[in-house]
Design a protein around this ligand. Structure first.
Ligand code: ZN
Ligand code: ZN
Length: 219
């Protein structure tokens, strides 16, 4: 099974690569699919999704990699996350990631649960995942992210064990901001090892990314 990365940044927000370079580098690493999910709030959501869509359409036809147009709703006040998730989908986002309550930053309290109730696709780096949050994520089919990203990855082990307890689906992404962050097998395995997950989880986690893509495509 090939690697997939469903959380990346380009220079449409604070990444340093253009979509064209990011996608090409991902294809060189053998990825099967990549989602362009730049940071967005009220001010730039149309540009971010529009750019990802245009780039995605062109690049998918040029390389052997599927490019998915998405967005990462970032620092949206929790009361507005539901409305902004709906707006992102209306604007054409195939995948909606929400920037969760990583312990590396002061993300507004209530972001995790609001993202889950909004029915986003991926709750990114939730920091500490509470049992009630994990339960609702499982009910609503929200994927919970384990990340390769420094700082955010400190929460991985707790997030993994809580998610497994409540049967919610885990997914591994890079939150890529530059060439050094592009997904590879070493990074992927590093996350599983950090969480103390055995060989059985490798295939399962790869498959979860495929399951999410299937769901996106059937919407
Ligand atoms: Zn960023
Ligand atoms: Zn991100």
């Amino acid at each position: 099974m090939k690697l997939i990365d469903l959380h990346t940044h380009t220079f449409f927000s604070d990444g340093i690569l253009s979509p064209a370079e990011l996608v090409y580098r991902c294809s060189l690493n053998g990825l099967k699919a990549v989602a362009l999910t730049d940071h967005a709030d009220y001010s730039n959501i149309e540009e971010v999704i529009g750019g990802a869509e245009r780039a995605g359409k062109e690049l998918t036809s040029r390389y052997d990699i599927e490019v998915i147009a998405g967005v990462e709703l970032t620092y949206i006040p929790p009361a507005d996350i539901g409305r902004m998730t709906d707006e992102a989908r209306k604007l054409g986002a195939e995948i909606v990631v929400v920037h969760g309550e990583t312990t590396a930053e002061n993300v507004p309290a209530g972001t995790n649960i609001s993202a889950i109730r909004a029915g986003c696709d991926i709750l990114a780096h939730p920091g500490v995942l509470e049992p009630d949050q994990a339960k609702e994520a499982a009910e609503r089919n929200v994927f919970i992210e384990l990340t390769t990203r420094a700082g955010h990855r400190d929460g991985n082990a707790q997030v993994a064990s809580e998610s497994i307890k409540e049967n919610c689906r885990l997914i591994i992404n890079t939150d890529c901001h530059g060439p050094q962050d592009i997904m590879n097998m070493q990074k992927f395995r590093g996350v599983l090892e950090q969480c103390g997950l055995d060989e059985n989880y490798y295939g399962q986690l790869l498959e979860n990314s495929e399951i999410l893509i299937e769901r996106i495509k059937n919407k």
